[in-house]
Write a protein that binds this ligand. Structure first.
Ligand code: FEO
Length: 216
């Protein structure tokens, strides 16, 4: 959108400023969010043509909260496993915690990139007690389904708004959710296979520890 405004009606200082540096101007000098051009006594303001809608800004902020909530939920599972002999599962959950923090940060940076306002919200208290490894991984898969559904809902909104940059941004998350659901699903399938067999649980726990080691 291009806004043509008379200079007297819309002085440059009326526009919020972004941090210096992105426009190529020296850092430390506030850069108007809109690019200002003079033409025949008029000012042309190229307002942020890629600015997020209010609706998208809200759901992307909600997603930051959901990702941070995921990190906290996995940390709660790690806390549970650290009180059991299954320290491999505990490490696996800690790796997952780090990944979720990374997801939250991606959304944070994307909102900033699009000139939006990041709004942080309270994170729900996580559960730190589970009946068994199977119980914890079942909760994990349920959580991933919730995250996947949320990302799909944002994708649908972005599609309805024809916000192509957001669709492009979300593509990484769609792929990531396939991987995450598969990782958790694989663990769950193995745990269901061995049931209460101690040797089987021990082997899966060792595998979980190896995955954690690969990630670090
Ligand atoms: Fe970031 Fe596991 O969803």
């Amino acid at each position: 959108m291009i806004l043509r405004l008379a200079a007297s009606r819309a002085p440059a200082r009326a526009f919020p400023e972004t941090p210096g540096g992105r426009s190529g101007l020296p850092p430390g000098q506030g850069v108007p969010r809109a690019v200002l051009l003079a033409k025949a006594g008029q000012w042309l303001y190229f307002a942020s043509i890629m600015k997020l809608s209010n609706k998208l800004e809200k759901v992307l902020n909600d997603q930051i909260n959901l990702e941070l909530g995921s990190a906290y939920a996995y940390l709660g599972m790690a806390a549970y496993f650290e009180r059991t002999p299954f320290t491999g599962f505990g490490k696996w959950m800690q790796v997952q915690t780090s990944e979720e923090l990374g997801h939250a940060k991606r959304f944070f940076e994307y909102i900033v990139e699009r000139g939006g306002k990041v709004t942080l919200q309270a994170i729900p208290e996580p559960k730190c007690d589970y009946k068994s490894p199977l119980d914890a991984f079942k909760a994990s898969l349920g959580h991933e389904h919730k995250v996947s559904a949320s990302i799909c809902a944002i994708y649908e909104l972005a599609a309805a708004e024809k916000d192509y940059p957001t669709l492009s941004f979300l593509k990484w998350f769609l792929d990531e959710q396939v991987e995450e659901e598969r990782n958790v699903g694989d663990m769950l399938a193995k745990l269901e296979l061995v049931g209460d067999n101690s040797n089987g649980l021990y082997q899966i726990d060792r595998q979980a520890a190896m995955r954690a080691a690969e990630k670090h």
